[in-house]
Design a protein around this ligand. Structure first.
Ligand code: SF4
Length: 362
């Protein structure tokens, strides 16, 4: 069926009726956590037949942050009394592997942890607290990295020397490549994040089709966007014509945002990085360039970590890789809940476990 056969604006009801006639087995990975939440919240899964599955991928920033980074941040917080950790709220409850601690628990014990709503807020914090050192936790993918480099630029411009960045920023493409190269990876198509696309452009997702032959659609975050994109992927698979389609042309251009790309390249460089569940992925992270090392929290605040990794039953790694659904984790909703999260996928507002708990726990 051609999409043009549906009324404009797209007749979502008819698209759903049509998808329910499709007998093909299709596994679609939604790459980013914003899509995971939008899908759960809008009830899209319940409208699809069981043969069309939506599976969460590695795009929740908090979820993919390696536990060693969390442990290091907790140690900085404990060992350096002049440090204020400035962080987005999602990081607060993420448990470390050491002593089962989190920033929230340390804060309750008197440690200085401030929630910020932007990286620039952390620069402001540094300006207002000249006797303290502010460590801003830079997390997220191509969408949040620009905010971090703009804050760094602002700190340099203002001559602020008590602002530091702990960069855990990550890149989408290397993570998808790592997943695609897993031997038992069983995903037929990719729902690509529109906000990442706004930065990296259509060209940033072309490898999915050119190298891996996977139908892919760059998609916005309204329920209608998502349903239309699912339809497009199903049709590509049915007709055996994999391609990259841009359903989000109102925001995503061919080459992305060149100004932002240049700005990020000026301050950050690509490096190998550790991911929860995916291990070390070459050239998958962003760290401060050598010439800006005086702002690099990892270089400034050295801590010694003993190997504290311990088995707690959390299967976030498997959830992130799309190997299991959150409900398949034996701790889900029994031991692990948003009030008592065992792993980051339950902490984050974009985590697959949190989304399932909140909207699909029936
Ligand atoms: S339900 Fe909790 S313990 Fe299980 S994978 Fe999710 S976050 Fe980890």
């Amino acid at each position: 069926m051609q999409l043009s056969q549906f009324k404009k604006p797209h007749d979502i009801e008819k698209i759903i009726d049509y998808l329910n006639t499709v007998e093909l087995k299709v596994n679609i990975m939604e790459v980013c956590g914003t899509h995971t939440m939008a899908i759960a919240k809008s009830g899209i899964k319940s409208l699809l037949p069981t043969n069309i599955r939506l599976i969460s991928g590695p795009g929740c920033p908090v979820c993919v942050t390696d536990s060693k980074d969390i442990d290091t941040i907790l140690e900085i917080c404990k060992q350096y009394k002049d440090v204020i950790i400035a962080t987005y709220g999602d990081m607060l409850k993420v448990p470390g592997s050491r002593y089962g601690e989190s920033l929230e628990k340390l804060r309750a014990q008197g440690a200085k942890v401030e929630i910020v709503y932007s990286a620039l807020d952390a620069v402001e914090l540094a300006k207002n607290n000249p006797e303290k050192n502010i460590v801003f936790l830079g997390i997220g993918f191509e969408t949040t990295t620009p905010g971090t480099v703009l804050a760094l630029e602002e700190a340099i411009k203002l001559g602020i020397n008590n602002f530091f960045i702990y960069s855990m920023h990550k890149l989408v493409e290397p993570a998808l490549r790592a997943l695609l190269n897993e031997p038992d990876f069983d995903i037929d198509a990719f729902l690509c994040p529109g906000h990442v696309g706004a930065v990296i452009g259509e060209e940033g997702f072309e490898f999915l089709v050119k190298e891996f032959n996977k139908p892919s659609v760059i998609c916005g975050f309204e329920a209608g966007d998502i349903i239309v994109s699912i339809y497009k992927m199903v049709e590509q698979i049915k007709n055996n014509k994999p391609q990259l389609e841009n359903e989000y042309t109102r925001v995503v251009k061919k080459n992305g945002n060149l100004l932002i790309k240049e700005k990020v390249e000026k301050y950050l460089e690509v490096s190998d990085d550790n991911w929860r569940g995916l291990g070390n992925i070459p050239r998958s992270g962003l760290k401060l360039k050598e010439e800006y090392r005086e702002f690099d929290a990892e270089k400034k605040f050295k801590v010694y970590l003993v190997n504290t990794e311990k088995e707690n039953g959390c299967q976030c790694g498997e959830v992130i890789k799309g190997k299991i659904e959150p409900k398949e984790c034996k701790l889900f909703a029994k031991v692990c809940s948003p009030e008592n999260p065992i792993g980051p996928c339950m902490v984050s507002s974009e985590g697959a476990c949190a989304a399932h708990y909140k909207y699909l726990n029936f």
